[in-house]
Design a protein around this ligand. Structure first.
Ligand code: NAD
Length: 480
């Protein structure tokens, strides 16, 4: 059977395909640098293989968003928050199955709390009025932001970034962690479908379907990427800083905790277990090592045991250390195999059997143990006995490595709190609560999943993703 198409019909088909591609923003790369991913961009609901095509599409979407004003941004935020909350169970499970790390209940909770991320009402202009006229400073969008997200919280970081960045008026191209890319594609394509339906904007949120180091490099080189936002470890933070683009870097941490004799050891142990066990210690703000003063030590160790901690020592600690780290010369390097795994998996690696409901393992170690020094991201807490507060503080400073991320103290002594705040100079400093209190969960404040430590913007908010611009009108304009 032969298929006959007359010339006019053929023209119609070609025209409709071209129009469809144009409406979805799938353009030819705007610069010579290719993503290296090879495939051409599909642009289907924001999912691209080609970085430059994704950026071109996001740029078109940004221009459309500008025309919709603040209401358009609010509509996008509502879509993203409502959908993330409504689909928290489904998406939490999907991400848990893809990444194979963390705890399902906490994966779901991290999605439900996206409600706490602030929106457009955080971008109020600053105004001056005086004898010489009026001045308005406004917080305006950058344009298209390139965002890098971690394996530890793929969809939560994406949803939180979208709220903050779109509140500021931007479009985004995500280069997610390869291990969380399917989750990223799922959430971003669903967000886009709803945005397309409500606002008739395609590709406001773009995602690289198969992210690699090459696609990251292409993103940093694209002239239409106005800013990068990095949420990840030291490697990607260093790479972004070298790129020459303005970068907001939410980098690694290794949060130390000090416990002194002035507090209720039982309450301190409960808080520490709550924070450290959260999502199997994947949180960057999570308690990673504890320095306890001698006077509080025995009570604290007892309290750890009765509140869900299981102590390991000797050969078991040695076995777990071998399983978790690889020795390279004088240093230990974290292997990924046990990162974010359940306490039962760690116990198996240590050769011990733990009671049901154990929240984490802990061990008494010295201050140079790899579990203290490395950001281990697993439910295994090293506890170091210190002569006094001064020694604990010295150890805490060393363990934090100058990341300036997070630190925690359990003490009623205000001058010790001040000493620790000054010595560590961290972005987040929590007194007498679990680490999550620093993110607005059980403590005051707002939430963001990207804490800009390395570049100093702090817990990111819509304003972080704006350019400040001044408007001045000269003359005697004051009404008073
Ligand atoms: P990771 O550094 O392995 O990966 C993060 C992202 O960077 C991924 O998308 C990855 O593909 C990419 N990447 C890694 N090395 C790169 C390089 N050299 N060049 C370009 N891209 C590169 O981190 P992870 O395991 O996904 O996440 C855990 C880390 O992220 C921890 O260090 C944690 O403290 C940190 N983190 C920080 C925050 C924060 O708000 N400060 C939040 C979450 C996680």
């Amino acid at each position: 059977m032969s298929l006959q198409i007359d010339e006019e019909s053929l023209r119609k088909i070609v025209r409709s395909v071209v129009e469809k591609l144009a409406s979805e923003g799938a353009q030819a790369p705007s610069c010579g640098c290719s993503a290296g991913a090879g495939a051409s961009a599909s642009g289907e609901h924001g999912i691209f293989n080609d970085v430059d095509a994704a950026v071109a599409a996001a740029k078109q979407a940004y221009q459309k968003l500008v025309k919709l004003g603040i209401q358009g941004r609010n509509d996008v935020i509502k879509i993203v928050k409502d959908m993330t909350i409504a689909r928290a169970e489904e998406w939490g499970k999907f991400e848990y199955e893809e990444s194979k790390i963390g705890r399902l209940d906490h994966k779901i909770e991290k999605l439900k709390i996206v409600e706490l991320v602030p929106g457009t009402d955080w971008i109020r202009p600053d105004a001056f009025s005086g004898d010489d006229g009026i001045m308005l400073e406004e917080y305006t969008p950058y344009g298209v932001i390139g965002a890098i997200t971690p394996l530890t919280h793929s969809i939560p970081t994406i949803a939180g970034n979208v709220v903050s960045m779109v509140a500021a008026g931007n479009a985004i191209v995500f280069n997610p962690h390869p291990g969380g890319a399917k989750s990223a594609v799922l959430a971003i394509s669903e967000f886009n479908k709803a945005i397309e339906k409500k606002l008739n904007i395609s590709n406001l949120l773009c995602c690289i379907e198969k992210p690699t180091l090459d696609t990251f490099a292409a993103l940093t080189k694209n002239p239409d990427i106005a800013m990068l936002c990095i949420t990840g470890g030291p490697g990607v933070v260093a790479a972004a800083m070298k790129s020459g683009k303005k970068s907001i870097c939410a980098g690694p941490g290794n949060p130390p905790v000090i416990v002194d004799e002035t507090v209720d050891a039982n309450k301190a142990a409960k808080d520490i277990i709550k924070g450290c066990a959260y999502d199997n210690n994947l949180l960057c703000v999570g308690e990673k090592e504890v320095f306890v003063v001698e006077k509080a030590y025995d009570k604290f160790i007892f309290a750890m045991k009765v509140n869900g901690g299981y102590e390991i020592s000797g050969a078991a600690l040695e076995k777990l250390t071998q399983a978790a780290f690889e020795k390279k010369g004088e240093h230990y390097v974290l292997k990924r195999d046990l990162v974010g795994k359940d306490p039962e998996v760690l116990a198996k690696a240590a050769g011990v059997i733990i009671p049901r409901g154990t929240q984490l393992l802990f061990a008494q170690t010295d201050a140079n143990h790899p579990f203290v020094v490395e950001e281990q991201m697993m439910p295994m807490l090293p506890i170091v006995k210190c002569k006094d507060f001064e020694e604990a503080l010295e150890c805490a400073v060393k363990a934090e490595h100058g990341y300036k991320h997070s630190a925690i103290i359990h003490s009623l002594n205000v001058s010790r709190m001040t000493d620790m705040a000054r010595a560590l100079s961290t972005t987040v400093f929590i007194k007498n609560g679990p680490c999550v209190a620093g993110l607005g969960l059980g403590g005051e404040g707002y939430l963001s999943y990207s804490i800009a430590t390395a570049t100093g913007e702090g817990i990111t908010s819509p304003k972080t993703f704006t350019r400040k611009r001044r408007c001045v009108m000269v003359g005697n304009l004051s009404i008073i």
